[in-house]
Design a protein around this ligand. Structure first.
Ligand SMILES: [Zn+2]
Length: 354
């Protein structure tokens, strides 16, 4: 049996998996992303995360066929470097991540963009298997995405799929990207947190920050938002409604252009809030759809927060044929797929107000 490694490098956590030839996860491990020490410290933590997963699987990392890595920032797959990874410590100049990991672990290392590999993971092993065309939307700290057309990810000139920077309001709220009125300015976790902090300073009442402290967090994580929503925090409910409206408008605009079969929602908030919110996004899209009588199906990812690491493992050459095999044998269902949503209600009905 030949095993591969996959690592999803995130701003807050590192997820590592060891997979077999049929893309089954044989071991996994996750750790916090170092917040200091620069790229070297991050590379060491990534190596350790994979080493721990491999030892659980009873495999020496040196015997892996290869290791795929999904990374944020500017990824140069050919050079094996990552630059300008804004959420990671002191990581501006290009750092040779492939070479560093290869030296620590042994096998060749292949790099891809974090959201791109997660969309590929869903396309080949998850929710996207059912569709020729879909839009992947990763709703988390930011709002990332990917476009799959004819079962292949549309890369453009390397920067396609930025669903988070579709404009939903000209001269609207300031986006973390520096522009105005993007989806992410309303729906990104980081942008929502900044707004909540400003509003609280101005006297807004919310339990968000109390929940954050109770959970021992320093940020409004997806779990903090989920808890506040469950407890009926009206401020949090309005903030998330605003996010859903922005996502609905932005995703619908993209669908008007591409007419994809489905929208697959993932990311920290997307997976944490799950099906009920996929349904709300679907409803928020309806008034903006050019053909509301046949809206795309909206569903959550099937690989959950392992999509990135699994998708990264597909970067290792030779894994493509295996994906076909896995699809045929259905043996790749690591996570039981939830029943997909039908499109809600009557087409063209007004948006639900809560
Ligand atoms: Zn933007």
């Amino acid at each position: 049996m030949q095993y591969r490694g996959g690592i999803d490098l995130g701003g807050t956590k590192i997820q590592a998996v060891v997979v077999d030839e049929a893309h089954r996860i044989v071991a996994q491990n996750r750790c916090a992303t170092p917040s200091s020490g620069g790229p070297q410290a991050v590379a060491r933590a990534m190596a350790q995360a994979l080493r721990d997963a491999a030892s659980q699987a009873g495999v020496d990392t040196g015997h892996l066929a290869g290791i795929g890595v999904g990374s944020p920032g500017h990824v140069d797959s050919a050079e094996g470097t990552v630059a300008r990874a804004g959420n990671l410590p002191d990581w501006q100049a290009p750092f040779p991540l492939s070479a560093a990991l290869s030296e620590l672990l042994g096998p060749p290392v292949f790099l891809g963009n974090d959201v791109g590999v997660a969309v590929d993971g869903e396309a080949r092993l998850g929710a996207g298997r059912a569709y020729d065309s879909f839009l992947g939307v990763f709703w988390g700290t930011g709002v990332g995405g990917g476009v799959v057309l004819g079962r292949k990810r549309w890369l453009g000139r390397g920067a396609s799929g930025e669903i988070g920077h579709m404009i939903v309001r000209r001269n609207g709220a300031r986006c973390p990207c520096g522009r105005r009125g993007c989806v992410e300015a309303y729906a990104g976790r980081r942008a929502m947190e900044a707004r909540a902090r400003r509003d609280v300073e101005r006297g807004a009442k919310t339990t968000l920050f109390k929940i954050m402290e109770k959970k021992g967090r320093s940020q409004l994580s997806s779990g903090v938002f989920a808890k506040a929503l469950e407890s009926g925090d009206e401020y949090a409910i309005r903030l998330i409604e605003r996010a859903v409206e922005a996502l609905g408008a932005g995703i619908a605009s993209a669908c008007n252009l591409l007419d994809v079969e489905a929208v697959v929602i993932g990311g920290g908030l997307g997976t944490r809030l799950g099906d009920p919110y996929a349904k709300r996004i679907s409803e928020a899209m309806l008034p903006h759809l050019f053909t509301p009588e046949r809206p795309p199906r909206v569903q959550v990812v099937q690989l959950g927060d392992l999509a990135g690491a699994l998708g990264a493992s597909l970067l290792v050459p030779g894994s493509a044929g295996n994906a076909e095999q896995a699809r045929r044998s259905e043996s790749s269902a690591h996570v039981e797929p939830p029943a997909p949503h039908g499109h809600p209600g009557q087409p063209g009905r007004p948006m639900t107000k809560r």
